[in-house]
Design a protein around this ligand. Structure first.
Ligand SMILES: *[C@@H]1O[C@H](CO)[C@@H](O)[C@H](O)[C@H]1NC(C)=O
Ligand SMILES: *[C@@H]1O[C@H](CO)[C@@H](O)[C@H](O)[C@H]1NC(C)=O
Ligand SMILES: *[C@@H]1O[C@H](CO)[C@@H](O)[C@H](O)[C@H]1NC(C)=O
Ligand SMILES: *[C@@H]1O[C@H](CO)[C@@H](O)[C@H](O)[C@H]1NC(C)=O
Ligand SMILES: *[C@@H]1O[C@H](CO)[C@@H](O)[C@H](O)[C@H]1NC(C)=O
Ligand SMILES: *[C@@H]1O[C@H](CO)[C@@H](O)[C@H](O)[C@H]1NC(C)=O
Ligand SMILES: *[C@@H]1O[C@H](CO)[C@@H](O)[C@H](O)[C@H]1NC(C)=O
Ligand SMILES: *[C@@H]1O[C@H](CO)[C@@H](O)[C@H](O)[C@H]1NC(C)=O
Length: 648
């Protein structure tokens, strides 16, 4: 009883207390500073060699922690104006550091003079800084156990320990499963913090000032969220199913696709929600185990599409997040990119290894990334898809499939301000940039005239109507459903786990298929892929792809999340979204505008995203990334902002 009481007190004060029989491990501290919530890492990053150097005021800090700023400088005369310049720069670059961290400063001077300039003392007085510590390059400097980069920290005067701080944000759009922090062993742990009074998950982000991009780490400090189908060392993988999350232990390795991004310097801040087992689900009816994340665009009550819903909504909602990873088997990146109005891609099949990632269908699965900025997107894409060749010359041929855009363009110019006009205006600018004019065609007509002589299928509908549904269900039953159901049964007295209606309906369809369907589906997929790469879009030595095929991704149409629809069924049929799935080619979504609608939720005119898809030949992902970066520089593509509206 006594031990328990002591343990309880120790937890309350979040200290580390090691007794004879129990060891208590602190999980970090949550506090507010100047009205902003922060999380203080459980383990120190450095420590002062000598706490005697601290002022009495610092030592008696009532919270046991003192906010400090580490300020590197090469200026011998670090005066008020130099400090003001630093403050101005940091206020723009970082959302974690605030002036509250000027209680104490630790100046790391990397020049050769050994005596500090007295101008530092003037600066100290004019900014109300309690104490100044100097690095060991000065004669009276106080060395650190480990050198520290610039930025905000918490100093524990009693021990001299110095801790990193994370600014805490509310997950208002319910995009996250949880926030994460590094565990100090190359893995991650679930963030234990919650903003006082918050009704949602909390996510913590480290200061941007801690990181400087280099050639080896071009993405240093970029904040990343990862769809909860990718394994991350130290965390469980939930795949949107509560029983699955509970059954399997935390992972011992991080998926190589994610590790590559971490190696490039990205900072993992959390895991995002997926519709169950990455199957398509609609917000109202299908999300039984998890609540569907909120699409921030328009009235906030539009379906965020699936399955990378958490990742797409998070990038559209949170300015403090830079990138989110999703996956695309049949549209799981492109749907959310279109619905939430952000950049998002389905890469060429095989672009990154998908070991330690939950499969839907290995023949079709791909890993994509969401961003709000075409240039940053390109930087991430170049790093991630490292094995593709970069091309900086662009195709001159723009394929404009009338069967997907509609024939209205051909007869009359679209009404000004209409969605058709948004597409047309963008494509006209693209024509100008590429110095070309669009080639009108229909995919169905191309198939009619150029299909292989020995293939009987009269239409792409006949050839591909069940191909996708057959592959994903047969693969996922074998690779995920059956092992999971068996493992769950073994651990739960033969019981079956709860499965959401959508994956259940799909698996039910797959279980009813005759033997030999997978081989037949793969054969049809190959027929389409070979035809597409020879008759429609093919490789080119100078521009990687001889042409770019465009199609509308989202047209600003409403899809209210409070609308009951029919029961889920197998995803049959062929449409524009299936081209890249079967042809293994990149399909990249670019936001180009907004369309107004009268919201039945708000009773006001709101706006929803208009986005367009770019398809090129297989392996030409980097050519497209380069094109988008240049189009952004030319003002033809604009970065999007977070929140209800996409453009400022
Ligand atoms: C000294 O520090 C400044 C400021 O951090 C930095 O820009 C500069 O590169 C450093 N110089 C050396 C020689 O490390
Ligand atoms: C989505 O998040 C934004 C903050 O980025 C918030 O203003 C908005 O209310 C949220 N929308 C919903 C529907 O929760
Ligand atoms: C890309 O190349 C690297 C180095 O050769 C290799 O380790 C990696 O497996 C390749 N990735 C893919 C997806 O083929
Ligand atoms: C655009 O293309 C036309 C015809 O192919 C060519 O004559 C012209 O020089 C090109 N202009 C530019 C700026 O490349
Ligand atoms: C394809 O060819 C058939 C038979 O010639 C014709 O009936 C059909 O309209 C054509 N379809 C398209 C989309 O061109
Ligand atoms: C059609 O012919 C091509 C080339 O002769 C061959 O490679 C392919 O296997 C044939 N396909 C079918 C479905 O018979
Ligand atoms: C394959 O294509 C044929 C038409 O050529 C079609 O009848 C069949 O249903 C397709 N099968 C699958 C599994 O896609
Ligand atoms: C919204 O409703 C008003 C009044 O009925 C109508 O004039 C307007 O065209 C509608 N706007 C849209 C975008 O549908």
């Amino acid at each position: 009883m006594l031990l328990r009481a002591v343990a309880f007190l120790a937890l309350v004060f979040q200290t580390v207390w090691v007794g004879a029989e129990v060891a208590i491990q602190g999980t970090g501290r949550t506090l507010t500073l100047g009205g902003v919530s922060y999380f203080v890492s459980p383990s120190p990053v450095s420590a002062l060699h000598d706490v005697a150097a601290l002022s009495v005021a610092a030592k008696s800090a009532s919270s046991g922690l003192v906010p400090i700023s580490v300020i590197p400088t090469s200026k011998f005369v670090f005066d008020s104006s130099a400090l003001q310049d630093t403050i101005n720069d940091w206020s723009i670059r970082d959302d974690v550091w605030t002036k509250e961290f000027l209680t104490g400063i630790y100046v790391t001077y990397n020049g050769t003079r050994t005596f500090p300039s007295t101008s530092l003392l003037t600066a100290q007085r004019s900014f109300g800084i309690d104490f100044v510590l100097l690095s060991q390059s000065y004669l009276f400097g106080v060395p650190l156990m480990n050198a520290l980069p610039a930025g905000p920290y918490m100093l524990e005067p009693a021990s001299g320990n110095i801790f990193e701080v994370f600014r805490l944000y509310n997950d208002e759009n319910q995009s996250f499963v949880y926030g994460t922090i590094p565990d100090g062993n190359g893995g991650f742990q679930v963030l234990s913090a919650r903003i006082p009074g918050a009704a949602t998950e909390t996510v913590g982000v480290p200061s941007r000032l801690y990181f400087t991009p280099t050639a080896e780490k071009p993405l240093a400090g970029m904040r990343l969220a990862v769809k909860d189908i990718y394994d991350v060392k130290g965390l469980r993988t939930g795949c949107g199913n509560r029983a699955f999350w509970q059954l399997y232990p935390p992972k011992e390795a991080t998926a190589p696709a994610i590790q590559r991004l971490l190696n490039g310097g990205m900072v993992l801040v959390g895991k995002t929600k997926t519709s169950q087992f990455a199957n398509g689900e609609t917000a109202t009816d299908d999300w039984v185990d998890l609540h569907a994340p909120y699409n921030p665009r328009g009235d906030g009550y539009q379906d965020g599409s699936s399955s990378s819903t958490g990742s797409g909504t998070a990038v559209a909602a949170y300015p403090w997040l830079d990138f989110a990873i999703g996956s695309d088997t049949g549209g799981s990146m492109r749907g959310p990119a279109g619905a939430n109005g952000v950049f998002g891609n389905r890469p060429s099949h095989g672009a990154v290894l998908l070991n330690d990632v939950m499969p839907l269908s290995p023949e079709l699965d791909t890993a994509g990334i969401f961003s709000r900025d075409a240039r940053l997107w390109a930087t991430a894409g170049h790093w991630w898809y490292e094995n593709f060749t970069s091309f900086s010359h662009f195709p001159k041929k723009l394929l404009f499939p009338v069967d997907f855009f509609g024939s209205s363009y051909l007869t009359n110019p679209p009404t000004t301000g209409s969605t058709d006009d948004t597409f047309n205006t963008f494509i006209t600018k693209l024509e100008g940039f590429l110095n070309t004019t669009r080639t009108e065609m229909t995919l169905a007509g191309s198939w009619n005239t150029t299909k292989p002589a020995n293939v009987s299928a009269p239409s792409l509908q006949t050839l591909l109507s069940t191909t996708y549904a057959d592959l994903i269900t047969l693969d996922q039953i074998q690779l995920v459903a059956d092992p999971f159901i068996a493992d769950f049964g073994a651990a739960n007295g033969g019981r079956t786990p709860f499965i959401d209606p959508a994956p259940l309906a799909r698996w039910g369809y797959g279980r009813g298929l005759p033997v030999g369907r997978k081989e037949e589906a793969l054969a049809n997929k190959t027929i389409f892929m070979d035809w597409f790469s020879s008759a429609v879009v093919h490789s080119d030595a100078t521009t990687c792809s001889d042409s770019i095929l465009l199609y509308p991704q989202s047209s600003g149409r409403t899809n209210y999340r409070n609308r009951y629809i029919s029961a889920p069924s197998a995803p049959l049929g062929f449409s524009s979204g299936r081209i890249s799935v079967h042809a293994e080619v990149p399909d990249m979504v670019v936001p180009i505008g907004e369309a107004p609608f009268n919201s039945t939720i708000t009773g006001r005119t709101e706006f929803l995203p208009v986005t367009i898809s770019f398809i090129a030949a297989k392996g030409c992902d980097l050519m497209l990334f380069n094109l988008f970066a240049e189009l952004q520089d030319a003002g033809i593509i604009r970065p999007v902002v977070t929140g209800s509206r996409m453009f400022t």
